[in-house]
Design a protein around this ligand. Structure first.
Ligand code: FPP
Length: 252
């Protein structure tokens, strides 16, 4: 246990006490509600996304601090290209800025950053920055932060099927090698444990094409809070509820 009693008390504020020896290893978050948060304040949607990026920084640091191993966040879906160009451009600028600043933003935080999704259609500048940031943080030993960019669960499965067929045609694997583990190995999340807990703030109750394969036995936690307003105490609430669930994985 890497915490002093003092730091544990700090995280158990407002009587939200959780069991630090039974944390979800992998938390995934659909960072929803940026637009409505901005609208409520009569601000442009891009301001909501910027506020959302700040929340991401806070929650990433908090997860690392309390001992969460993996945090996967939905930053841009394969469907988000349907948004007005101005908003897509603002999101891409924000992503680039976040990746560029990652070293400074998370200084001393020991976070490993990885991007999941089809990055081949992103600008050359963003693709290069992704490679740079991943390289820069790859030997860190703390929290793994997976940022899903141009990610879609269905697209991920289509991609996996294509690569499996390609490897069969090239004689690298045979049809008999295909099983659940094999398919997992062809996903963007290969080698990463499936999410234990998926959080969606903002009042929407759907998965929106996020981690379709990986969420088979995830626990879900929903709340009405808009993502920019999401605080460490809300994460603690989600973890506390998660710890009260009876996970049977189809057994008894
Ligand atoms: C959904 O809220 C949010 C997104 C589509 C983008 C999420 C992006 C961020 C939190 C910031 C950028 C991320 C990084 C890694 C820097 P919405 O816009 O659909 O909100 P609404 O449903 O209220 O309109």
């Amino acid at each position: 246990m890497k915490f002093s009693l003092r730091s544990l008390n700090l995280f158990s504020r407002k009587n939200i006490s959780i069991d630090y020896s039974n944390l979800p290893e992998h938390i995934a978050i659909i960072m929803d509600g940026n637009g409505r948060w901005a609208k409520k304040k009569k601000l442009p949607r891009s301001v909501g996304h910027r506020a959302g990026a700040n929340t991401l920084k806070t929650i990433t640091e908090f997860c690392d601090k309390i001992g969460i191993k993996v945090l996967t966040v939905y930053a841009f879906s394969t469907e988000n290209w349907k948004r007005p160009k101005e908003e897509v451009d603002a999101l891409m600028d924000l992503l680039l800025e976040y990746l560029r600043d990652a070293e400074r933003q998370l200084a001393g935080k020991n976070v490993v950053i990885k991007v999941i999704g089809d990055i081949s259609v992103l600008s050359k500048e963003i693709q290069e920055q992704i490679i740079k940031t991943e390289k820069l943080t790859q030997s860190n030993t703390g929290l793994l932060l997976n940022i899903a960019i141009n990610y879609g669960g269905r697209n991920e499965l289509v991609n996996a099927v294509k690569n499996i067929v390609k490897d069969i045609n090239e004689g690298k694997i045979s049809v008999d090698d295909i099983n659940e583990q094999c398919i997992s190995n062809y996903l963007y999340t290969r080698g990463i444990k499936d999410p234990d807990l998926i959080i969606r703030p903002s009042g929407e109750l759907r998965l929106s094409n996020f981690l379709l394969w990986q969420s088979a036995y995830s626990e879900f936690w929903f709340s009405n809070i808009y993502w920019p307003d999401f605080k460490p105490k809300d994460l603690l609430n989600a973890i506390r509820d998660y710890q009260q669930r009876d996970r049977r994985f189809g057994g008894v």
